[in-house]
Write a protein that binds this ligand. Structure first.
Ligand code: URA
Ligand code: SF4
Length: 201
């Protein structure tokens, strides 16, 4: 039986694979839609595909991906247990920062992914995803530098659902500063507690 979520996510995938809504469609090799469990309780949102992601069409398959995998393992999870998406689905040339028009053009896809998967916990990875997602969830006035609010829990209650946001450093920071692995691991322990508490409620 085809799950409704599978069907809706497949529609997004088709749309992204053909998408020409911003100039990144001209320089990308493959768009990276996102990957993981369609009923994931945790959704990680990176920034944008890098070199390897663009080559393979899959999220977090380069160095930062290896770190993300280690962090997931440290709390007993694998890629299949979570959903991994990105703010932008196509790689910016030379991995430059996403610009506003790209974010505006692309984020409706991410918003639909979140609406379909309905994760209980959303972890923005890095400041661009953090800024976008905190604003989307009505937390604009709580935005601070990621160095200050990484690993903090923000709870969002709407009429329809309860969502938790936990901003995290982008795992790529640990590729040029190994000390950051320790910080990330600590934040993942906090994340584990949040998930465990969720399951007891
Ligand atoms: N960095 C990201 O933000 N996303 C990826 O998919 C890979 C690296
Ligand atoms: Fe479309 Fe997003 Fe790719 Fe731009 S980055 S072409 S909006 S999928």
């Amino acid at each position: 039986m085809i799950d409704e979520r599978d069907k809706q996510l497949a529609e997004i995938k088709d749309a992204v694979l053909d998408c020409k809504k911003c100039f990144l469609c001209r320089t990308r090799t493959y768009p990276v839609v996102g990957k993981g469990s369609h009923s994931a309780e945790i959704l990680f949102c990176g920034e944008a595909p890098g070199y390897w992601e663009d080559q393979k069409g899959e999220p977090f398959v380069g160095k930062a991906g290896k770190i993300l995998e280690i962090l997931l393992e440290s709390i007993g999870l694998g890629r299949k247990d979570v959903y991994i998406a990105n703010l932008l689905k196509c790689r910016p040339p030379e991995n430059r920062d996403p610009n506003l028009s790209e974010i505006k053009a692309c984020t409706p896809y991410l918003e639909k992914q979140i609406d379909i998967i309905k994760p209980k916990v959303i972890c923005p990875l890095g400041r661009f995803s953090m800024n976008f997602l905190m604003e989307k969830f009505g937390l604009k006035d709580k935005i601070e530098p990621i160095g200050k609010i990484h690993g903090q829990l923000f709870e969002v209650n709407s009429l329809f659902q309860q969502t938790k946001l936990v901003p995290l450093y982008h795992p790529a920071v640990a590729t040029y500063n190994p000390n950051m692995t320790t910080v990330l691991k600590k934040d993942f322990q906090i994340l584990k507690q949040i998930i465990d508490n969720n399951q007891h409620n």
